[in-house]
Design a protein around this ligand. Sequence first.
Ligand SMILES: NC(=O)c1ccc[n+]([C@@H]2O[C@H](COP(=O)([O-])OP(=O)(O)OC[C@H]3O[C@@H](n4cnc5c(N)ncnc54)[C@H](OP(=O)(O)O)[C@@H]3O)[C@@H](O)[C@H]2O)c1
Length: 389
Amino acid sequence: MSRSVILLGSTGSIGTQALDVIARNPSRFTVRGLAAGGGRVDTLARQAADFRVETVAVADPAAVPALKDALTACGSAAEVLAGAEGVAELAARPCDVVLNGVTGALGLTSTLAALSAGRVLALANKESLIIGGPLVKRLAGPGQLLPVDSEHSALAQCLWAAGPDGPRAHAVHRLVVTASGGPFRGLRRSELSGVTPEMALAHPTWSMGPVITVNSATLVNKGLEIIEAHLLFDLGFDRIEVVVHPQSVVHSMVEFVDGSVIAQASPPDMCLPIALALGWPERVPGAARAVDWTRAHTWTFEPLDDEAFPAVALARHVGSCGGTAPAVYNAANEVCVDAFLAGRLPFLGIVDTVAKVVEEHEVCPAESVDEVLAADQWARARAEEITAG
Ligand SMILES: NC(=O)c1ccc[n+]([C@@H]2O[C@H](COP(=O)([O-])OP(=O)(O)OC[C@H]3O[C@@H](n4cnc5c(N)ncnc54)[C@H](OP(=O)(O)O)[C@@H]3O)[C@@H](O)[C@H]2O)c1
C-alpha cells in the first residue's frame, strides 16, 4: 500500500533526494505536503505541481506572495501555510511518515509537533534530537523515530541484522561510527589555519548542504552524530567509537561482546537511508547502487586525530554533561559556520569559539522547550560577540 509522506526541507539536499526516491517509486509513496524556508519558491512550487501535493508551507511569511504566484504559474492549487507555525502545523498533519530535512536548530519545533501528533518521524535534522534530547525522547514512542543519517541508519540496520527482535542490550559491546575525515584528513592543526570556505565546501565523498559540509570538515558533524547515537541507541559515550574511513562505504558498525562486528556497506548515496526510513521496515528495491564486487576495492580505517579535530572530544564532553550543553555546542557552531562562510572567522576559530562558549555555559536540565531555546539564544549571542572580535 502507498505510504503518504510530508517532507520538510524539500528544496534542500535531503529533500530533493527524497523526492527523487519517491518519483522513482510512485506506487510506494505519495507526497501530501512540502515545506521549505522560502529561499527557493520556484523550486518549491514546481515540486508541489509535480507531486500534486495538497499543502505547501513556507517558513518566511514574506515569501508567500511569490510562492502563490509560482504555484499558479505551475498549475498547482495547493493550500499555503506560512511561518514557523505553518511548518509545524504541516508536520502534525495526518500522514504515514514525516521526513524532517530542515537544517539546524530551527527544525526542533517541527520534530516536536510531528511526534506530539503521533506521527512516525524520519529524522535527518539531527540537530533537533541533539538539542532537544530529553524532550524529544520523552515524546517518541517505540518505532516512532527513524534515523536518516547514513551512520545511524547503518547502526539501526546492524542491530536489526543481529537478530529478529534486535540484539539483547547486553550483547552489544560498542557502536563504531565511521567518519570520512572530510577534505582535511591527514592535515595537522598547524596546517589548517589557512583553510578557506571554498576548500571546506569541497567534500571528498558526499554532496550535501553547506552547513553539514563545513561541519564535516571540522568534524563537528561527527561530534553531533555521537550525541545522536547516544540518544537513539541508549549507549554511554565510552561505548561509542569514531573511526576514520575515507571511502565512506562502511557507514558504521556494531561490535558485540564476543568480538564479532556487523558492518553496513554501500557506496555513498543518501537515497538508501532516506528510502529505508520512508519505507521502514521494508527495503525499497533499487533505492541505490550496491557495491560492485567485480572491481577491486580498498577500504581503510584509521584513528581520529583528536588534536587537529577536537570537535569530537568536545561533543563527548557536552553529551556527557547533557541538559542544555548539546544545544549550546550546536548553536555556537551554527553561528561560527555562518561567520566562517562570510569570511569573518578563520577555520580553526569555529571549534575554538564553540569550546569557549561551552566552557562559559552553566548547564540546565533542558526539561522544557523554553529552557532549550534560552540556552540556544544565549549561545548564539555569546558566539556572535566572540566572533565580532
Ligand atoms: N545533505 C545530506 O546528505 C545530509 C546527510 C545526513 C544528514 N543531513 C542532515 O539533514 C538536514 C538537512 O541537510 P541538507 O544538507 O539537506 O540542508 P540544505 O541543503 O541546506 O537544505 C535545508 C532545507 O531546509 C529548508 N528550510 C530552511 N529553513 C527552514 C524552516 N524554518 N522551515 C522549513 N524548512 C526550512 C530549506 O529551504 P530553502 O530552500 O527555502 O532555504 C531547504 O529546503 C541537516 O540537519 C543535516 O545535518 C544531511
